[in-house]
Ligand binder design. Structure first.
Ligand code: GLY
Length: 295
C-alpha cells in the first residue's frame, strides 16, 4: 500500500494526482513527492506555489521548498529562491548533491543554475495585474493568506508519503505569504516546522501562517506526539490546541497541521477556518475537510 496526503483543495489535488502518476511508473516516495509538487509549481493557476504565485511586496516571486527522507533523516531545502523552477527539485538536489540542508536566496539560485536549472520568469500577466491592484490598496507587511485573497481555496502545498512496511517522506513548496516583505521565510523550508519524517514514527507537515507554525515547531511536535503513542489525529489536535493556548495570534489566520503514522492513519487540525486534506491510497482519492478546533 502506498499513501500520499496533500494539503488544500485545488493545489493539493494537482500535487497528489501527479504524485500517484509517478508512483505508477515506479517512482520512489521522494520521486513522487518531488514530481507532484513540481507539477503544481508549473501550474500558473495556483496562487501560492511556483509560477504565477502571488509575489512579495516588491513584485517578485520568492520560493521556499523542502523535502525529507524518513529512512535517513536526510533533508534538503531552499528559501527565497527567485526565478528558478521547480524549487522542490532544487531542494532535492541540495539533499542529494551537497552536505548541507538549506541554501538561501541568490546563492540558492546560483547553485540551481550550476546544477542545470533554467532561469524562468515566474510572473504572469495575471499575477502582475493582481500585484498592481494590491499596490493601490495595501501596504507591505499586511497579513494575507492566499485562500483569503484569491478565488482559489489554497495555500502552501505540503505532502506526506507512506509506503509499506514503514517508510515515510515529507515535502513542501510555497511562495510564502502573499505580498510578504522581501526575504521573509516561513515554516515550509524549515525541517521540523513545515515538514518532518521519521521511519520510526511517521510524518507530519504544516501549512498556513508560517511564523506561528515555525514558533510551534509544528511538524516535529506532531511526530513527537505520535512517538509517545498519540494517533495522528490526536497529535495534530494537541499541536493546534497548544498553539491556540500559547500563541493567541494563531487564531487570526489558519495554522494547519497534518500527519500520517506507519499504519497509514491520517489526521489534521487547524486553528481557524477550514483545512482540506487529500488522501490517496493506492490511487483512491478522498478529501477530508478539517474545521477549526473549538476552544
Ligand atoms: N506556510 C507558508 C508560509 O507561511 O510561508
Amino acid at each position: 500500500m502506498t499513501t500520499f496526503v496533500a494539503t488544500w483543495r485545488e493545489p493539493g489535488e494537482v500535487a497528489i494526482r501527479n504524485a500517484w502518476a509517478r508512483r505508477q511508473k515506479g517512482g520512489s516516495l521522494l520521486d513522487c513527492l518531488e514530481h507532484g509538487l513540481a507539477e503544481a509549481e508549473w501550474d500558473a493557476s495556483l496562487l501560492a506555489i511556483g509560477r504565477g504565485a502571488l509575489p512579495n511586496a516588491d513584485g517578485e516571486v520568492e520560493l521556499d521548498a523542502s523535502i525529507m527522507d524518513g529512512a535517513t533523516l536526510e533533508a534538503g531545502a531552499v528559501c527565497s529562491l527567485r526565478g528558478i523552477l521547480p524549487a522542490i527539485s532544487v531542494a532535492r538536489r541540495v539533499l542529494e548533491s551537497t552536505p548541507h540542508v538549506m541554501l538561501a536566496g541568490d546563492q540558492a539560485r546560483r547553485f540551481a543554475l550550476a546544477q542545470g536549472f533554467e532561469p524562468t520568469n515566474l510572473m504572469t500577466p495575471e499575477n502582475i495585474a493582481r500585484y498592481e491592484q494590491w499596490c493601490e490598496q495595501n501596504r507591505p507587511g499586511m497579513l494575507h493568506h492566499v485562500h483569503a485573497v484569491g478565488q482559489h481555496v489554497g495555500d502552501t502545498i505540503t505532502m506526506l508519503g507512506l509506503e509499506a512496511p514503514g517508510h515515510v517522506a515529507a515535502a513542501s513548496s510555497t511562495s510564502g505569504l502573499p505580498y510578504k516583505l522581501p526575504g521573509r521565510v516561513g515554516d515550509s523550508p524549515i525541517v521540523g516546522a513545515g515538514i518532518y519524517a521519521d521511519d520510526e514514527v511517521g510524518a507530519a507537515g504544516a501549512t498556513g501562517w508560517g511564523e506561528e507554525l515555525w514558533k510551534a515547531v509544528a511538524s516535529f511536535r506532531a511526530v513527537e506526539q505520535m512517538r509517545r503513542g498519540a494517533s495522528p489525529q490526536e497529535a495534530c489536535e494537541a499541536v493546534v490546541r497548544q498553539m491556540l493556548r500559547r500563541q493567541p495570534k494563531s487564531r487570526q489566520l489558519a495554522c494547519a497541521v497534518f500527519a500520517i503514522d506507519l499504519q497509514g492513519r491520517v489526521g489534521g487540525a487547524v486553528t481557524e477556518g477550514e483545512f482540506p486534506v487529500w488522501t490517496c491510497r493506492d490511487g483512491e482519492l478522498s478529501l477530508t475537510v478539517h474545521r477549526a478546533l473549538e476552544t
